[in-house]
Design a protein around this ligand. Sequence first.
Ligand code: TRP
Length: 448
Amino acid sequence: MVEINPWSSDVSTDYARIIDQFGLEPVSLVDIPNPSLQHRRGIIFAHRELDNILQAHSRGDPFGVMTGLMPSGQMHLGHKMVIDQVRWFQEQGADVTIAVADLEANATRGISLAECRKVALEEYISNYVAMGLDPDKTHIYFQSMRPIVQRMGFTLGKKTNLSEFEAIYGFKGDTNLAHVQAPLVQAGDILHPQLDEYGGLRPIVVPVGVDQDPHLRLCRGLAAKTNWFNVNDRKKGGLRITVSVMDENQHVVSDAKNTFGQIVSTLKGLGYSDIMADAKHGICDLPAATSKDRYTIRMALLQLERSMGGQGLLQPSSTYHRFAIGMTGGKMSSSMPETTIFLNEDLAKMEKKFKRSFSGGQSTVEEHRRLGGNPDIDVAFQYLNFFFEEDDAALEEVRRGYVAGDILSGELKAMTIEKAATWLTNLGELRDQNAHLVNDFLAADARL
Ligand code: TRP
């Protein structure tokens, strides 16, 4: 059993088992338009319902990307991995929503809301700006200042209970209640961009490390439990639509004839003619529909739900990335500065970290020439792979040279140091040049 919990410090790296155990889908490179470095190198290895996003993209329909930041400590290379994904989605046409998780940081790390604001602006948002997000298509807000997010968190709470939180997060009797609320607020973060005031119904993707998957499972479950209409595979082939009757909608949907009438006319509007509606048994079958049609049917039924007074929330999609190894060979963590490079690290310190970093080389030059190095466990190589060498052919050449023993560990480290220095210097300059834009990234309600 792989145990994953967003607040624990150890992380499993057995990705095949993670896919299996959490029911993720492997990412297939051929489906990704304009694949980024992270796609090409298998760094983004799994997803949930990315197809919704890809379908919206190929139809020219709107879609969004959502992430959140814990405004604690300094930004490092681990954070860069998420921002790179957000930027890639933005380049493909997504609008961007970013939550400053000040309530979560307050609940789980004891940081005051005022301190959260300072850190978010000075450390995080300035780096987001430097990393090339487009201020016109990026909306950053604070959890504590967006009432709708908290209100959604509260009302979604009705769809779960303490036992589920125990099972998902390992919460116990002594877990403080602010901590218990944090995942609900995060569900509000992830789902609220679909509300009409925040862009309306559209697929939203959340790129995360696997440690955050429990939040996504919870959020997807909560969204599904609010849905009035369900779309499932039909045993005999095709898709089956059923209606969920609950406190919130029984006054509307209990008129089955009217409800199914509206479902049928919605489906007709999509062009289906073979529709088998059975209001009495509460089912409507589409024998000719395939799983490819699921997305458009779901979207149409969510719109119908909205028109009938429901929330019409689509489950979020998600992508999962591998973790880069820490510089000392173990886990990368901001609480152990020697394991990572900070985005404002000075060059001499960066150089020292690489010189001391875990190497896949042999212990003597003679042995290295004879046996070659192991790039898979070599920090300098992996950091080229994950972060600093955009060119696949150039990376492959380095890999071959290292494996063959032609490139020594010291030489490999020197290459990586040079690339990292260029990147850090650039980033610093962009941070300074664009500092005046920080305010443009804040949503109106966050500018106060
Ligand atoms: N829990 C996330 C973290 O620990 C922060 C976060 C808050 C978040 N809201 C979010 C992440 C919404 C993704 C989407 O870093």
